[in-house]
Design a protein around this ligand. Sequence first.
Ligand SMILES: C[S@@+](CC[C@H](N)C(=O)[O-])C[C@H]1O[C@@H](n2cnc3c(N)ncnc32)[C@H](O)[C@@H]1O
Ligand code: SF4
Length: 372
Amino acid sequence: MPGIYIHIPFCKKICYYCDFFKSRDLDKKEAFIKALQQELAERAGEGSDETFHTVYFGGGTPSVLSPGEVEEVLEAVYENYRISEDAEITFETNPEDIDEQYARKLLMAGINRISIGCQSFLDRDLQLMNRRHNAAGSLQAVLTAAGAGFRNISIDLIYGLPQLTQEEWEKELEKALGLPVQHLSAYLLTFEKGTVFGKWLEKGKINIPPEESVVEQYNALIRMTKEKGFVHYEISNFGKEFFFSRHNLLYWSREKYLGFGPSAHSYDLRERKWNASDLKRYIQQKEWVAGREKLTDTDHFNDYLLTSLRTMWGADRQYMKKTFGPEMTGSFLRSVAGWISTGHITEDNGNYRLTDKGILVSDTIISDCMIT
Ligand SMILES: C[S@@+](CC[C@H](N)C(=O)[O-])C[C@H]1O[C@@H](n2cnc3c(N)ncnc32)[C@H](O)[C@@H]1O
Ligand code: SF4
């Protein structure tokens, strides 16, 4: 079921780990919204045959938008695209932007799922990451959103931070899982090139924590979320039943999506294309698309492995044979055999899934199974 992604490329402060496309130039917000409305209108033809079931505001920081601006953008979405009545409409927020009035206005504008970037419940780690909020702010934001009436709340957490101990992580998880949240995305910190953390790592000013402690943190994450009734449905995602992210599921099941705003990607089942990661150019409305790539049969096959193996539904042999033919399926079966024998993948009636042990080295396994 197709979806719409809208990239809001502004942040008030830049986190030291983040390499998403963003700008601190909030003076350009008004001009950006005009350009976004125009892009939504001009590309309407791309969605004319579809009904969209999800709309996702990501960033950057969508919560730098005023409620009026959110309404304006949503109006342009509804004017130009057919959106299903029960669509999931998600809005990413930073904790310090959420107060009772803002949350209520988001609900009134039609947002029905809020994603809150708590990242941590420890002041030390929030400071290390250069976040704007403190630990109390992480907690309060969730309570405020729930108090305002949100019934579909997701939070983001990051683990594998250099100083984070096992005890601290388990306490953070206890706090998180005690909150009125239905969904949790917990990401292992990656040290991206070009970010402050990436530079610190090169200079030896920060260390990647030892693998054993990261594994222990991940195991606690799996155990504690399960105890609280969350389903581990994707490597980094945990949701109560009926609260899995419908928008992310569409990426993992390779459905059509249209992406708007600088750096946003689109996919129409045949071709991937992306907008320039350049705010100035976007505002000047020179052209929306910066690059495109037609997908070959091998690309489709590799995408299938990459997305299906990340989820609890796994990869299916029959589907593979029917869709990609015996040769590619044979290549997969040869590669996967070794991973089954080491306990990294389980096979059940032609369905292949990563085990908990396999999830920890998922990138290696998936790239080994891909055709290059
Ligand atoms: C676009 S941001 C979320 C929205 C919001 N701006 C915020 O910071 O709360 C998407 C999420 O990706 C995660 N993330 C970004 N960079 C990461 C990294 N290098 N390592 C681990 N997680 C990362 C963070 O949890 C973040 O909340
Ligand atoms: S994590 Fe969120 S707030 Fe921080 S820089 Fe990235 S997009 Fe901006």
